[in-house]
Design a protein around this ligand. Structure first.
Ligand SMILES: CC(C)(COP(=O)(O)OP(=O)(O)OC[C@H]1O[C@@H](n2cnc3c(N)ncnc32)[C@H](O)[C@@H]1OP(=O)(O)O)[C@@H](O)C(=O)NCCC(=O)NCCS
Length: 169
């Protein structure tokens, strides 16, 4: 089992892996085009040359990055691929000198052992403005926000005007 940076020919398999989970609501849907556009965010886990998992690191700025789309094929779970993927993305964040890494999850115990602590989405305004404001689950979110490193003390994104009403509702 090893991880490596994803390249465009991996996009189809990454899309297949993620699609298997967005119907359950575990992962956010990502279109094939979106995966191609952001392929440099992704790492893949390979077992005997076959892609069995993926994960992505989205950079907001020096103050924040987000781990997204962590997923291991059900037949390959429990062999350490999930752990390898997260560690690889954390190394990427370190290389970019990012001071804080966040994620949203329903399995906080898995990430707690990797140094993530539970926080609130209000403490991560960039994530709130980028995704949560447009999410149908804005007021009934069932995911836990987690952060590793110092909480960001500013946001690079602006709150969209359309979201003001939604947030206050
Ligand atoms: C979560 C997931 C990525 C873990 O991948 P994996 O390759 O099975 O994990 P690993 O084999 O690296 O497990 C490492 C450790 O984490 C533990 N672990 C695995 N899944 C866990 C979970 N859901 N909750 C808590 N701990 C978990 C394992 O027991 C193992 O512990 P050990 O070292 O004491 O044996 C995988 O189960 C998956 O793809 N799940 C569906 C998609 C998902 O929920 N993604 C997360 C979205 S935020």
């Amino acid at each position: 089992m090893r991880t490596r940076d994803a390249i465009l020919p991996d996009a189809e398999q990454i899309h297949r892996l993620i699609s298997a989970h967005f119907e359950t609501g575990t992962l956010l849907p990502r279109s094939f085009a979106e995966i191609c556009e952001n392929i440099r965010d992704f790492v893949v886990a390979e077992d005997k040359g076959r892609i069995v998992g993926c994960g992505a690191l989205h950079l907001y700025g020096l103050h924040l990055a987000e781990i997204r789309s962590i997923m291991v094929d059900s037949a390959s779970q429990g062999k350490g691929a999930g752990l390898l993927l997260v560690k690889s993305l954390l190394r990427r964040a370190e290389k970019q000198r990012v001071s804080s890494v966040c994620l949203f999850t329903r399995i906080p115990d898995f990430f707690a052992r990797l140094g993530f602590s539970v926080t609130t989405r209000d403490d991560i305004p960039d994530k709130l403005y980028k995704d949560c404001c447009a999410c149908p689950k804005l007021h009934c979110c069932d995911e836990v926000a987690m952060v590793r490193g110092a909480l960001p003390d500013f946001a690079i994104l602006r709150q969209p005007m359309s979201a003001l009403v939604k947030l206050e509702a």
